[in-house]
Design a protein around this ligand. Structure first.
Ligand SMILES: NC(=O)c1ccc[n+]([C@@H]2O[C@H](COP(=O)([O-])OP(=O)(O)OC[C@H]3O[C@@H](n4cnc5c(N)ncnc54)[C@H](O)[C@@H]3O)[C@@H](O)[C@H]2O)c1
Ligand SMILES: O=c1ccn([C@@H]2O[C@H](COP(=O)(O)OP(=O)(O)O[C@H]3O[C@H](CO)[C@H](O)[C@H](O)[C@H]3O)[C@@H](O)[C@H]2O)c(=O)[nH]1
Length: 343
């Protein structure tokens, strides 16, 4: 019998790609999502790719009773991947309580149910934002976390602490927190991808919408950073590579290959890429011009961050495989295909 995994936030950007990889690797999936930042049609898209429509329950994980009732019905869950969270950095500065409420309560409800219903394995979506602007690059998992630059970032640090403390108190529970760097791109089928609501804040959706003519021009936020071309540097990882890291993490937990019952991994490519390099790579791989202009730095942005991925490469036997050109081409194919979709 297939092992069953609960994927919270499974209709979202990273969640939907992970559901595809899980199903392609023989797992049964049940998604819980309140559709606050995703569309139910994503389930049909997943079915088109994998041939299987995942089981789906629509409710809010901050609702303790509904979460408990869900666990009461699901008797055969082997593991949970917890993606569901609010994720817009700027919004979190304006509405900190909303972020603390959603991101902390959903995790605590889940972990209480894990204890009560004896679900032993958790993979959690953390972020490289926990490192702030590190003193040394690349960052390893031992690089000290910094005081968070936003309430959103702080929720990720607090959630990591919650998982660590709960695992310490319950040796039979096992947790893996994956610290994502910058996930971009879309599935090669162009049937699923990132669906930003309103004006995108993130670089790649803004860039692809600009090239598609939805936005006038891309602002490059600063060219006076202490980097080779002056623009800021990040570690951009193809969302499918990231999704595959989750399958590996689940297998590690289910096969008892974890070294301790609470582990943290950087999930990036290990390559630092500047905003101007992104534009060049996009133009090279798609043949499209990116209208852009240098503007002031964006408040709150760090200068540069990229991952040391040695621990993930060696322990998880996982490595990001896609090139930057392939990744950006997939983002463009998704943007183009969106025109043909009704959602
Ligand atoms: N995308 C990034 O750049 C990035 C980087 C680092 C970490 N992360 C983390 O990865 C996870 C997934 O990110 P994503 O980009 O796929 O975001 P997303 O918004 O596309 O997906 C999150 C999903 O969770 C759902 N959701 C939110 N709150 C919920 C709740 N209380 N109950 C039920 N469902 C709820 C939303 O409807 C959405 O479908 C998040 O935890 C995010 O913080 C994302
Ligand atoms: O229109 C834009 C948008 C972004 N950028 C630049 O592009 C880079 C990437 O910006 P994103 O907004 O795409 O990503 P961030 O690195 O700022 O933030 C992302 O990574 C963080 C971790 O560092 C958090 O996890 C956060 O949720 C996630 O959005 C930054 O240098 C930013 O200044 C531009 O030049 N123009």
């Amino acid at each position: 019998m297939n092992k069953k995994v609960l994927v919270t936030g499974g209709t979202g950007f990273i969640g939907s790609h992970t559901v595809v990889e899980l199903q392609n690797n023989g797992f049964d999936v049940v998604i819980v999502d309140n559709l606050s930042n995703s569309k139910v049609e994503v389930l049909d898209q997943i079915e088109k790719i994998t041939g299987t429509k995942p089981e789906f329950e629509c409710f809010d994980l901050t609702d303790r009773q509904k979460t408990r009732a869900f666990f009461e019905k699901q008797s055969n869950l082997e593991a949970i991947i917890h993606f569901a969270a609010s994720k817009a950095v700027g919004e979190s500065v304006e509405k900190p309580l909303m972020y603390y409420h959603n991101n902390l309560n959903s995790l605590m409800n889940l972990m209480e149910c894990m204890q009560e219903f004896e679900v032993k394995n958790l993979v959690f979506s953390s972020s490289c934002t926990v490192y702030g602007q590190p003193d040394q690059l690349p960052v390893t998992e031992q690089t000290p976390r910094k005081e968070a630059e936003s309430p959103y970032g702080n929720t990720k640090s607090i959630c990591e602490d919650i998982i660590r403390d709960v695992c310490k108190a319950n040796p039979s529970l096992k947790g893996i927190a994956l610290r994502y760097f910058n996930p971009i791109g879309a599935h090669e089928s162009a049937l699923i991808g990132e669906l930003p609501l309103g004006v995108p804040n993130n670089l790649i959706p803004f860039l692809t919408q600009t090239v598609a003519g939805i936005r006038k021009e891309l602002s490059v936020f600063g060219d006076d950073y202490n980097t080779p071309d002056g623009s800021a540097i990040r570690d951009y990882i193809h969302v499918v590579d990231l999704a595959k890291a989750h399958v590996v993490a689940i297998a590690r937990l289910l096969n008892d290959q974890n070294k301790t019952n609470c582990e943290f991994f950087n999930v990036g490519t290990g390559n630092g890429v500047s905003v101007l390099e992104i534009i060049n790579s996009f133009e090279r791989s798609t043949g499209e011009k990116v209208p852009h202009r240098i503007t002031d730095r964006r408040e709150g942005d760090i200068e540069q961050i990229y991952a040391d991925t040695t621990f993930a490469n060696e322990e998880l036997k996982w490595k990001a495989e896609s090139t930057l050109d392939e990744t950006l081409l997939s983002a463009w194919k998704w943007q183009e295909n969106l025109k043909t979709m009704e959602f």
